[in-house]
Design a protein around this ligand. Structure first.
Ligand code: NCD
Length: 299
């Protein structure tokens, strides 16, 4: 089985293999579809809302010629009757050949992998990790910068405490030489210590200087669903808003990424700027997830 559970599981060699496989998958998408996964079934099990992640997994499986079964609303499944994740996975892994799952709790994908008969792809576990997103983020970065060769300054902005995509991408990026990481967040949403290396820089303000020095600016949504105090959420929600004026200060070659959905943090005027790559980033989810499904199926 080839699970995808957590970003640090990947070596640099394996990351490059996945990026190369994703490039091959792009060619399949251009040509329409393939029958690589004919007769195979992907189950998508999402205990938290999702648009892009679930649909791109399902699109990926269709493009590979396989089929999809799904539980999108856990209220209509046995989970709402109190079934454990272990029992659910034991059953679903008897139906499907690979499972993509999202939970609101940290560590559920790991628990699932312990009892599953098939590969588990972690599509986000609470405020923990989102490794498949990190791989599509890396794929997007690799289209604009030569990984392991040129210096890349990656600046993470927003909710770095709860933003699981940041947690996974940070860990994936550590594999490559010449990557410098900076974190910009209000104090209460700063990156957890476990994701901070001594050489990283942390800031509480998004200054012009940071905007000008970023090669990759990775913005994130303040994760409303993780707050117990609503006033605190409302106070922090609009703390950094990227406007056209701000993004125009970035280098011409720099890229602005965001895992989406955005709420207020990037003004729609920014979308027309050359740095704005977040919709392209979302599209890259399909070839990367095709590569991960194929890997999970052993094909
Ligand atoms: C992210 C997530 O679910 O963690 N979305 C996604 O998968 N593209 C980011 C978010 O919800 O803010």
């Amino acid at each position: 089985m080839k699970h995808v559970l957590s970003a640090p599981q990947f070596s640099k060699e394996e990351l490059f293999e996945i990026l190369n496989r994703a490039k091959e998958m792009e060619k399949i998408i251009e040509s329409g579809a393939s029958d690589l996964a004919k007769g195979k079934i992907l189950a998508t099990l999402f205990y938290e809302p999702s648009t892009r992640t679930r649909l791109s997994f399902e699109t990926a499986m269709h493009r590979l010629g396989g089929s999809v079964i799904t539980v999108s609303d856990t209220k209509s499944s046995s989970v709402s009757k109190g079934e454990t994740i272990e029992d659910t996975i034991k059953v679903i892994s008897g139906y499907a050949d690979v499972i993509a799952m999202r939970s609101s709790e940290i560590g559920y994908a790991e628990r699932a992998s312990k009892v599953s008969r098939v590969s588990i792809l972690n599509a986000g576990d609470g405020a923990g990790e989102h490794p498949t997103q990190a791989l599509l983020d890396l794929f997007t970065i690799s289209k604009y910068f030569k990984l392991d060769e040129e210096p890349i300054h990656v600046v993470f902005v927003g909710d770095l405490k709860y933003g699981r995509t940041v947690h996974s991408l940070e860990r994936v990026l550590r594999n490559f030489k010449n990557v410098k990481i900076s974190y910009v967040a209000p104090k209460s949403l700063q990156i957890p210590e476990s994701h901070r290396h001594p050489e990283d820089e942390t800031y509480t303000e998004l200054t012009d200087e940071i905007l000008k020095s970023a090669d990759v600016l990775y913005d994130t949504r303040v994760q409303e669903e993780r707050f117990s105090d609503r006033d605190e959420y409302l106070r922090l929600r609009d703390i950094f808003i990227l406007t056209k004026e701000k993004v125009q200060k970035m280098k011409d070659r720099a890229i602005l990424l965001h895992p989406l959905p955005r709420v207020n943090e990037i003004h729609p005027d920014v979308d027309a700027l050359p740095q704005a790559k977040y919709f392209e980033q979302a599209r890259n989810g399909v070839p990367v997830r095709m590569a991960l499904i194929a890997r999970g199926l052993g094909i």
